[in-house]
Design a protein around this ligand. Structure first.
Ligand code: TR5
Length: 144
């Protein structure tokens, strides 16, 4: 249901609401996320690109034929883009550059979308900054 963000519009007593609250709490505390385990390779993922600073792997619930998540290996306070500070400029630029590399590797360089969901109202569910790289089909606008 992450594609529709049902967890954020469901009634307050549902599991979806509970997991939204848990995610928001983790955002506040900066608690480790599932992505730490993916970076540590304690949980398997399908890696499509890796260097010393970033990791790109396939989304477990793809919303397009190509759906890759791109994350900084060191979160360094970047639970979400809205927490960015001047010192993050280099890694933020590198992430965008690697989004292009991933698009090329995946053969979608002629049409792809990069998405960052920031905060609960934007359906962010994992509080470790990540770029979604989506493509392989005609994308729609406006996004939902
Ligand atoms: O909703 P936002 O923008 O925060 O994006 C989080 C993304 O992480 C969603 O698109 C999820 O489908 C994806 N996700 C969640 C898990 C996961 C994953 N992608 C790959 N592997 C995953 N594992 C092993 N576990 C997850 N909980």
């Amino acid at each position: 249901n992450s594609g529709r963000c049902l967890r954020h519009i469901a009634a307050s007593t549902t599991n979806e609401e509970a997991s939204a609250k848990a995610a928001a709490a983790s955002a506040e505390s900066g608690a480790p996320t599932i992505f730490d385990k993916i970076i540590a390779k304690e949980i398997p993922s399908t890696i499509v690109y890796e260097d010393d600073k970033v990791l790109a792997f396939r989304d477990i619930s793809p919303q397009a034929p190509v759906h890759v998540l791109l994350i900084p290996k060191l979160r360094d306070g970047l639970t979400e883009l809205g927490k960015a500070e001047s010192r993050h400029g280099e890694i933020l630029g590198h992430l965008l550059y690697v989004a292009k590399i991933v698009a090329e590797k995946e053969g979608i360089q002629d049409g792809f979308r990069v998405v960052i969901n920031n905060g609960q109202q934007a359906c962010q569910s994992v509080y470790h900054l990540h770029l979604h790289v989506l493509g392989g089909r005609q994308m729609k606008w406006p996004p939902g």
